[in-house]
Ligand binder design. Sequence first.
Ligand code: MGD
Ligand code: MGD
Ligand code: MO
Length: 768
Amino acid sequence: MTSKAPASDPVEEPRTTAPEDYAAGWPAVGVTFRRGLDEMGAKVTAQTLRKMNQKHGFDCPGCAWPDPHHRKVAEFCENGAKHVAAEATLRRAGSEFFREHSMSELRERSDWWLEEQGRLTEPLIKRSGSDHYQPISWDEAVGVVADKLNSLDSPDQAVFYTSGRTSNEAAFLYGLFVRAYGTNNLPDCSNMCHESSGTALKEVIGVGKGSVTLEDLEESDLIIICGQNPGTNHPRMLTSLEKAKHKGGVIVAVNPMPEAGLLRFRNPQTPRGLLAKGTPLADDYLPIRLAGDHALFLGIGRVLLETEDRRPGRILDHDFIDRYTDGFEAYSAHVRQVSWEEIEEGSGLDRGQIVRLAERIIDAKSVIIAWAMGLTQHKRAVATIREVTNVQLLRGNIGRPGAGLLPVRGHSNVQGDRTMGIYEKMPPEFLDKLGREFHFQPAREAGWDSVQSVAAMRDGKARVLISMGGNLVRAISDTNVAETAMARLDLSVSVATKLNRSHVITGDIALILPTLGRTERDLQKSGLQQVTVEDSMGAVRATRGVLPPASVDLRSEVAIICGLAHQTLRGKVSISWEKMAHDYGLIREHISHVVPGFQDFNEKIKNPVGFLLPHAPRDERSFATATNKARFTVNQLETIQVPEGRLLLQTVRSHDQFNTTVYSNEDRYRGIHDSRRVVLVHADDLRELGFKDGEHVDVFSEWNDDVERCLRDYRLVAYPTSRRCAAAYFPEANVLVPLESVAEGSNTPTSKSVIVRFEHRAAQRVEA
Ligand SMILES: Nc1nc2c(c(=O)[nH]1)N[C@H]1C(S)=C(S)[C@@H](COP(=O)(O)OP(=O)(O)OC[C@H]3O[C@@H](n4cnc5c(=O)[nH]c(N)nc54)[C@H](O)[C@@H]3O)O[C@H]1N2
Ligand SMILES: Nc1nc2c(c(=O)[nH]1)N[C@H]1C(S)=C(S)[C@@H](COP(=O)(O)OP(=O)(O)OC[C@H]3O[C@@H](n4cnc5c(=O)[nH]c(N)nc54)[C@H](O)[C@@H]3O)O[C@H]1N2
Ligand SMILES: [Mo]
C-alpha cells in the first residue's frame, strides 16, 4: 500500500517572512496535532502521544534531552511528535512500490520524497546489474551478508556504521558481533557530531560526557548556551530553562544567529505560555563570529585572571585549583599574552561584550556552559571545548550543584551507543572484559571513524558497508565523494525503518533489512521485550513500544544482529545469539558484567525513572585523566582567515527536519518558507559583495584542491546573522564540505565553517 504519496518534489521559489522572536506557543500545538493526524490518523495519534516519555511508555526517538521525574500528561515537544509521526506513519513502501520505481528513478528524488513513501515492510535486495529492489526472504538475505563477510581477504575490509537511535541492547550486541568477526571498524554518527566534545572532555576531566543533571540546570545561577539552537533541536530544554529563569537564573546565548528559542519561550504546557507573552529567556545575546568561541573563552579567562589580580582571593576558586587541577600556571601565562585585538578579531565581539559576560560569571555562584554543533564542527573544536573547560575550572564550576559542562547530545541514544562499545577505538579495558565474558580475542587495532571509512570506501580498501540505521551518504561531508565511495562497494546493507539516499546510492549488491521502530511492540519468544537508552545527562531507562509493528515482516535490531552474527560466525565463536534474541534480559546480564556502572542492570530498570550512571567529576570531583587531575590546557588561538570577497558558511538544521530526514520545506522560526534552497547572509555583506537580497547564485566552496564543490541556483536571503558569516541547510550543503576538512583531534567534518564565494547566475549564463 502506498497512500497519499506526493506526485513530485516541490520546486517552489522560497518565500521569506520576518524571523520569529519566540518559540513554541499555539503554532507548535497546532503543528503537533496536524502532523499526527496526517501521518497516523486520530486513533494512533492519541495512542502514541499519550505514551510518549511516560513511565511504562516509550522514549522519544528524537533528541537526547532527558525526562523530568514529574511528568506532565503531554511530556513531548512539537518536534518529538513529528519524529514519532514520521515513524508511526500509515504509509508503506512495500515490494509493489519498488517494482514501480527503479533505482535510477529513485536517485532523482529528493530526500523529502524518499522518506515520504513511508515505512519499509520487507527485506529487499538489489542484485548485481539490476536497477530494482526485489523482495528476498530473511534467511536468504542473512546468507548473502554472511557469505560476503566470510569471503573478504580481511575483516578490516568491512565497515559497520551505527546511527544514534539504536538501543543499548542492540548496540552492545552489534559491537560484540563486529569484534568477534575481527575488526574495530565501528564508525558512528557521533564521529560527525559530539566527537570533539568527547575527545576534549576525556582528556581534561577524564570522562567524555557532560557533568550536569536536569536538577543542576534548573537551579543554576547562569547558563551560557553556545552554538546550540534548542528551540528547534531540543525543545524540551526550553522548559528547564524557563524553570531556571523563574528561580532567578540568568541565560546568555552565544550564537551567530538570534535563534527564536533562545530569545523567548511560550510553554505550550502552561496557560501562561499559551495565552500570555511567555518567558523571555536570554538576558544577553552575543552575536559571535563563526568559530569565534575559542577567542571568546580566552577573553573571558583573561578578564577572570586580571580581576583576580585586582581583587586577590576573590575571583578564582584557589582551593579547587590547588586540590583538583594541574596546568594552571602555564594556562595563566598563556592567556595573559593573548592580545585583545586577537580576541576581538577572532570572536567578532567587542571587549565590552566579553567583559560583561565575564562579570556575569563572577557574579554567579554556579555556572553551566551548554553547547552543541556550533562548537563541535570546526577545525579547532577540540581546542575550543578545552578552553571552555579552562574557564569552568577557574571558578570550580564543576562537580557541585548548579554548575558544570553540558554538551547537549543529538540522537536519542547516541551517548548510550558509545557507552555500549560503538566506537572505533574502545579502550583496552573494555575489550579485555568483552573478550573474557564471551571467550574470544577481540581485535585490538583501532578501526576507521566515519570520515576514514568513507575515504577507505573511496579508495577501494573497504568492500562492505553495514549500517545500523542512519544515512551515511547524506550525513557525511563531500556528498560527491561519498556517493562515489558507496558505488565502489561490493555490498551495502542498511537496517532501516524508512527509505533514504543511502538505499538508492549503493554498492554493487544492496540489501535493505526493515526493522521495528522504538514506538513499536517487540514480541520475542520469552514475551514482550523492553530495551534501554541513555540520555544526554547519563540517565538510563527502559523503553517499550506501544504500537503494532508497521508490518509482520519486520524484525527487531537485536534479532537482525543475532541472525547475522549466528550465520557469519558459525563454528568460530560459541556465543548463544539465539537465546539473547529470545530474551533481552540475558543481554543486559552480559552488559552488567562488561560495562562499568551497569551492575544489577535488570533490577535497576524496574524503577520507571531509570538510574543515573556514575560520573566521577560530577559525583566526587575525581578526574581520571593522565595526571588524575582536571587539566588546564594551553590552546593556541587560530582564527580562520577569510579571503576578500568570501564568507564563512555554516550548515544548520531547519525547524522541520531531523538530520537527513526532511519533513517539509518550512523553517518557521527563521521565516523561510516553501524551499530549502537558500543561503542566509547579512544584508551589509550582500551589499558589499555586490549581491541583492532574493538574487539566485551558485555557491562555491574553496579548499586547497582543485575539485569543484558547488550548490547551484540558491537564493540569497538577507538575514540577521553575524557579519561575514552565512548559513545554508544540512544535508544539502554537505556537497560544499571537503572530506579532508576536519576538526583536529576528533576528525569531525567542519560542517560549521566552510569558506564560500557566490557567483551571479545571469553572468554564468552569459559566459556559457
Ligand atoms: N528537531 C530536530 N531535533 C534534533 C535534530 C534535528 O535535526 N531536528 N538533530 C539532533 C542531533 S543529531 C543533534 S547533534 C542536535 C543538533 O543541535 P544543534 O547543534 O542545535 O543543531 P544545528 O542546527 O547544527 O545548530 C547549531 C547552532 O549553532 C550555531 N552556531 C554555528 N556555528 C557556531 C559557532 O561557531 N559559534 C556559536 N556560538 N554558535 C554557532 C548555529 O547558528 C545554530 O544555532 O539536535 C538533535 N535534535
Ligand atoms: N553538513 C552537516 N553535516 C552533518 C551535520 C551538520 O550539522 N551539518 N550533523 C551531523 C550530525 S550531528 C549527525 S548526528 C549526523 C546524522 O547522521 P545519521 O544518524 O546517519 O542520519 P539520520 O538522518 O539521523 O538517519 C536517518 C535514517 O535512520 C533510519 N532510522 C530511523 N529510525 C530508525 C530506527 O529506529 N532504527 C533503524 N535501524 N533505523 C532508523 C531511517 O531509515 C532514516 O532515514 O549527520 C552529521 N552531518
Ligand atoms: Mo548529532
